[in-house]
Design a protein around this ligand. Structure first.
Ligand code: NAD
Length: 321
């Protein structure tokens, strides 16, 4: 069995690797050669934490395993990231545990890769302004990954606590992009692509604020009750997702589906667009919305890449297990 500790993950996977792994697994899911098992997610009644498991099997890549972990809101005060997770991979032929991989950086990379894959396949080619809503741990990963997908000329951002936008501004500067801290209204009025990555339980963006032709990647809503955009915006958009079962229950689409303004049948898997089974964006005026709920197979895909790369480099720890 191999162990790849959190500290060396960054040396063995790039944003491009993550994009490729996530794009492939979304395609595999839509082709029904990969599937996620039901998610377990529990409020454990301690440290305000949400803890659970995401697992699945990709029959093509032979990735079998789970990500165990969750969200500890008090961690940032302890110098730790709020998300804590570990990926376990198993040999699909024998069931033996084949690898234990640090899952924190991988979670950020695979989540940002999902938004980037959605932008690559759904955003208008002439998109110029990128709007980021949220400035927590995930936000700068989102900015870096999505900024690579179009020839953006500017980044605008909003966060509930505006002083936290300094990190995003720094990243935008590194990317050579002008940065402006704006109101939500202004962000929507300027942006061609919007990424939402907050822990909000109420709509931050409302349908009447969003311009025709916008692509929105809703990445923060991954639990029942969370919400980043209003149900009217979801109902008005062409909705794409990683997995329909999650989109309607724990994703951004849960609210529109619950009030009957969006039917489950209208939601399209992003993998179908990647596979060419669905045309994706139909016109320059259409609002496309990617409901990125986060699936276990994404974690397995990036973890398998890391194990392969770290093993080749002689950096994975071998354990007789
Ligand atoms: P974080 O705790 O570092 O940051 C939270 C962000 O949400 C901050 O910008 C904060 O200002 C904002 N926020 C919190 N409550 C808000 C409210 N009521 N209104 C507006 N903004 C609010 O968290 P993070 O690691 O950056 O993760 C952000 C969100 O993304 C979390 O909800 C997390 O569960 C989710 N997430 C989703 C996936 C996925 O695959 N879809 C993966 C990882 C994280």
């Amino acid at each position: 069995m191999r162990i790849v500790p959190e500290a060396i993950i960054k040396d063995h996977i790039s944003r491009e690797d993550s994009f490729e792994a996530v794009e492939q697994v979304f395609a595999s899911m839509a082709a029904r050669s990969a599937y996620n098992f039901p998610v377990i997610r529990e409020a454990i009644g301690h440290a305000d934490a949400l803890y659970g498991f995401k697992s699945g099997f990709d029959r093509n890549a032979l990735n079998l395993g789970l990500k165990s972990g969750g969200y500890w809101p008090g961690n940032s005060e302890k110098g730790l990231t709020n998300h804590q997770s570990t990926v376990f991979l198993f040999d699909a032929d024998t069931g033996k545990c084949s690898a234990i991989v640090g899952g924190n950086l991988l979670t950020a990379l695979r989540t940002a890769a999902a938004a980037a894959v959605s932008v690559a396949h759904l955003a208008r080619k002439d998109a110029e302004v990128l709007g980021i809503v949220g400035a927590g741990h995930q936000a700068s990963f989102q900015l870096r990954a999505v900024a690579e997908q179009r020839d953006f000329k500017k980044v605008v951002a909003w966060n509930r606590s505006p002083e936290k936008l300094a990190t995003l501004e720094q990243v935008a500067r590194e990317l050579g992009l002008p940065f402006e801290a704006v109101s939500v209204e202004d962000l929507c009025a300027q942006s061609d692509v919007i990424v939402t990555i907050t822990s909000s339980f109420d709509a931050i963006i409302h349908s009447d604020q969003v311009r025709p032709g916008t692509h929105i990647a809703c990445m923060g809503t991954d639990t029942k009750g969370k919400q980043e955009v209003d149900a009217a915006l979801v109902a008005r958009s062409s909705v794409f997702t990683d997995e329909i079962a999650q989109s309607t229950t724990i994703g951004e689409a849960q609210h529109a589906v619950a009030i009957g303004s969006l039917s489950e049948a209208a939601i399209v898997e992003l993998g179908a667009v990647i596979n060419g089974a669905h045309p994706g964006r139909g016109s320059a005026d259409e609002v496309t919305l990617f409901d990125g709920t986060g699936v276990g197979l994404q974690d397995l895909a990036v973890a398998a890449t890391v194990v392969e790369r770290a093993s080749k480099a002689g950096a994975a720890i071998d354990v007789d297990f």
